[in-house]
Design a protein around this ligand. Structure first.
Ligand code: COA
Length: 143
């Protein structure tokens, strides 16, 4: 089941999957608690197994209202089962309802195929995010 969750609920999975176990409190993003930010969580039998955060943040050069997807992660033992795909599809339907035009993200190179499978396109050359690794910017027009 997919639910809207608070920032604090995302921190343990962010730490475990995205930040190699650094303390949860260091896994906060600027804008996490902004008025228009929301976080989604996928629960399986009361356990949180997949998260994604959505910050209202335009991408220069793209028309309309945009959201940046951040902190997308699925617990290791549930990866590759279509759960991340379901969570992102939920966000797309929700954001369409909010009259948002596009979603973009800084995608890790190892997650490119995942985003391409959802219809995202690559919009930048490869670049490095310090301490995390190589990324490409990706963009999905949703209406
Ligand atoms: C990237 C990530 C969030 C994707 O989440 P996920 O829940 O594993 O995603 P899905 O299962 O929906 O899709 C992953 C793969 O499983 C495949 N898949 C989807 N449904 C499937 C199913 N029912 N059975 C088997 N495989 C399936 C998808 O085709 C996809 O393959 P691809 O990557 O080759 O295109 C997750 O792998 C993760 O947390 N990775 C580590 C952290 C990370 O890199 N996060 C992204 C930061 S930008």
């Amino acid at each position: 089941m997919i639910r809207f969750i608070g920032t604090d609920e995302t921190l343990a999975l962010r730490s475990e999957i995205l930040r190699e176990g650094i303390p949860a409190d260091y896994c906060r993003f600027e804008g996490d608690d902004d008025k228009y930010t929301f976080h989604l969580g996928y629960y399986h039998q009361d356990e949180l197994i997949c998260i994604g955060s959505f910050h209202k943040q335009p991408k220069e050069g793209y028309p309309g209202e945009g959201y940046q997807l951040r902190g997308m992660a699925t617990r290791l033992d549930y990866q590759g089962m279509g759960i991340g795909n379901q969570l992102l599809n939920f966000s797309i339907v929700y954001l369409r309802g909010q009259k948002i035009n596009y979603i973009w993200c800084n995608a890790r190179i190892n997650a490119l195929r995942f985003y391409l499978g959802l219809g995202f396109e690559i919009i930048s050359d490869q670049f490095e995010i310090a301490g995390v690794g190589p990324h490409r910017e990706m963009y999905l027009k949703i209406q």
